[in-house]
Design a protein around this ligand. Structure first.
Ligand SMILES: C=CC1=C(C)c2cc3[nH]c(cc4nc(cc5[nH]c(cc1n2)c(C)c5CCC(=O)O)C(CCC(=O)O)=C4C)c(C)c3C=C
Ligand SMILES: [Fe+2]
Ligand SMILES: [Fe+2]
Length: 330
């Protein structure tokens, strides 16, 4: 049997408060995030990471001084490994903090992988996330393996959709006691300029939300998509999650917020959604605020990932109009 390494890509997060600034530097020094040529990008990254570090340290301080993202991703890796069995080895590769892709590559080689399956833990493709991780992997790995297959995106993968719908349904059932709830699909935002260059992320976020709504099958469901986590002064895609909370306040409806582009719990869910936006909702007098958990290691989601590993190209071009499938190196 062919030995296959499954590389799970994610963003990475600081493992201590001292790691916050270098983690942010790595993020802002990525050409996929700031397109300027070197050495301008390096200087910008130094400046922006220095300015952002105190804010980010405060965020990670509220999480006990580190990001839970790696632990969560390792749990997902273990659950997937258990489903796949001994002919597969699931390895985590983070983009901006340890374990980096170089370490994952060394592990895959040491295990004797003949084939690699590249599986970003981002259901929707963006050049800033999956695109950046895949590009770096190809630069590092070259032709190290006999075969390399990429799952570029899976915005409507049935296991993902079922897991999201199930998590949402539980919160919806609680919220209904406060009126007719509005579902808010809150996705990480992106600068408008990146979408204007053809990034399929926003389109795929819309596909995920629509598929979850269909799966829920609630008559006359009130739902909307919004975007959180804006960084910097440039124009980002909208509406913002704050703007949607203001609209819910005006309409006097309870809200159920769900992450739609994050598949694990971390600063953007545990601090931004659970603390900051909850506080905004309370101040605005919204009747009730519920938050559906991320899919994390939900068995349906992990089963969905295993299906993608079994047939990595099954969804190619179906959801993304081939934009991400044709991205460099895929
Ligand atoms: C300024 C540029 C950023 C872009 C573009 C961006 C896109 C993007 N990010 C995620 C997922 C995650 N981002 C996370 C943290 C995070 N993201 C940015 C900036 C951009 N992200 C920063 C500066 C940070 C650090 C935290 C902060 O300072 O607010 C995380 C969480 C990491 C953790 O907590 O461990 C995730 C996950 C997506 C999906 C995305 C575009 C599609
Ligand atoms: Fe794709
Ligand atoms: Fe981000």
């Amino acid at each position: 049997m062919t030995k296959s390494a499954v590389i799970l890509f994610n963003l990475g997060g600081p493992d201590s408060l001292d790691a916050v600034k270098p983690f942010l530097f790595n993020l802002f020094n990525d050409k996929a995030i700031i397109g300027a040529p070197q050495p301008i990008r390096w200087l910008l990254a130094k400046y922006i990471s220095g300015k952002r570090a105190p804010i980010a340290r405060d965020i990670y301080g509220q999480l006990g001084g580190k990001s839970p993202l790696l632990e969560q991703t390792e749990d997902q890796a273990k659950a997937l490994q258990d489903l796949l069995g001994k002919d597969f080895k699931v390895i985590v590769a983070m983009r901006y903090w340890h374990p980096f892709a170089a370490q994952a590559l060394a592990e895959a080689k040491q295990w004797g992988a003949q084939r690699v399956i590249l599986l970003p833990l981002y259901p929707q493709f963006s050049t800033t996330t999956s695109g950046s991780s895949l590009k770096q992997w190809h630069q590092l790995a070259g032709a190290s393996f006999e075969e390399s297959l990429t799952v570029c995106c899976y915005p409507v993968q049935p296991g993902l959709i079922r897991a999201m719908a199930e998590n949402l349904r539980r919160e919806w059932d609680k919220a209904i006691a406060f009126g007719t709830p509005r579902l808010l699909f809150s996705a990480h935002g992106l600068p408008q300029s990146i979408i204007d260059k053809g990034d399929p992320y926003q389109l795929q976020v819309e596909q995920t939300a629509k598929a979850v709504v269909d799966e829920l099958g609630i008559a006359q469901l009130d739902w909307a998509i919004c975007y959180q986590s804006r960084v910097g002064p440039a124009k980002w895609i909208g509406p913002s999650t704050e703007a949607e909370l203001e609209r819910a306040s005006r309409d006097n409806v309870p809200v159920v917020v769900t992450p739609v582009a994050f598949v694990s719990e971390h600063s953007e869910t545990l601090v931004e959604l659970d603390i900051e936006y909850r506080h905004v909702a309370e101040k605005l007098g919204i009747p009730a605020y519920f938050r559906a958990p991320a899919v994390s290691s939900h068995p349906e989601f992990i089963k969905g990932l295993a299906e993608l590993v079994a047939d990595p190209t099954a969804l190619r071009g179906k959801a993304c109009g081939k934009i991400c499938c044709q991205a460099e190196g895929i």
